[in-house]
Each structure stands twice: as structure tokens, then as C-alpha cells.
Design a binder for this molecule. Structure first.
Ligand SMILES: [Cu+2]
Length: 118
């Protein structure tokens, strides 16, 4: 995994230096999200899942999420806390969502959530 990432970075740097490379014809040049770029931020991850239950008054949401590689988590159904209850506005059970996680003082919290096309 790590080796592949480094190879990828080398490839991008190489293209930049050659001055030739725009996007590769086959679309291989997917923009890398380099998490290390903002090292001051708490470790964060982005994930996708389906909302099972929303508890706005408790600031909690139950999500069946897909695997989260950045955390080494498999797919599972679990409760998350939200950093701010406003995150849950307009969110209902059955919604497919993309959400961002941030490591706070009391564990992981959801900082942002958006509905996806079903
Ligand atoms: Cu989980």
C-alpha cells in the first residue's frame, strides 16, 4: 500500500517536471488527497453510509457505514456523535450520506454530512 502511494507521488512529480503531462488519456491522474498537507488538523476521515436512525436531541446518528480505510475499519453499523447538532439538519433514516470524521477530545465526531444520490 505504502509503496504504491509513493510510486503514485513519484509519477505525479515526474509528470510535472517533464512539463508534458496534463491528465493522462485514460484518466489515471486522479487528484490525490494528501492528508499530511494540513498536519495541524486532527486526524480526519471521510466515509459513506446509510443513515439508520437520527437522534437530534442527543446529537447522535446511527449509520451503516462502508469500510473506512483511513481508520482501518470494516463496514459496520454504529452510532456516531456529531460535533454540532446542526450537522443532522435535514438528515433522516434511509438517507445515503457522505460524512467527515474528526478526532476530538472525546473520540470521533462527525463534522459534516451531506446527502448523496440514492
Ligand atoms: Cu464503525
Amino acid at each position: 500500500m505504502k509503496n504504491m502511494l509513493w510510486l503514485g507521488l513519484f509519477g505525479i512529480i515526474g509528470m510535472g517536471m517533464s512539463g508534458v503531462g496534463q491528465a493522462a488519456p485514460d484518466g489515471a491522474a486522479v487528484p490525490l488527497r494528501v492528508a499530511a498537507a494540513d498536519g495541524a488538523q486532527a486526524a480526519a476521515a471521510s466515509a459513506v453510509g446509510v443513515v439508520q436512525q437520527v437522534k437530534p436531541e442527543e446529537g447522535k446518528v446511527k449509520i451503516s457505514h462502508e469500510p473506512i480505510a483511513a481508520l482501518g475499519w470494516p463496514a459496520m453499523t454504529m452510532y456516531f456523535r456529531v460535533k454540532d447538532k446542526a450537522v443532522l439538519e435535514g438528515i433522516a433514516a434511509g438517507d445515503r450520506v457522505r460524512f467527515d470524521l474528526e478526532k476530538g477530545a472525546t473520540g470521533l465526531v462527525i463534522t459534516r454530512m451531506e446527502k448523496m444520490a440514492k
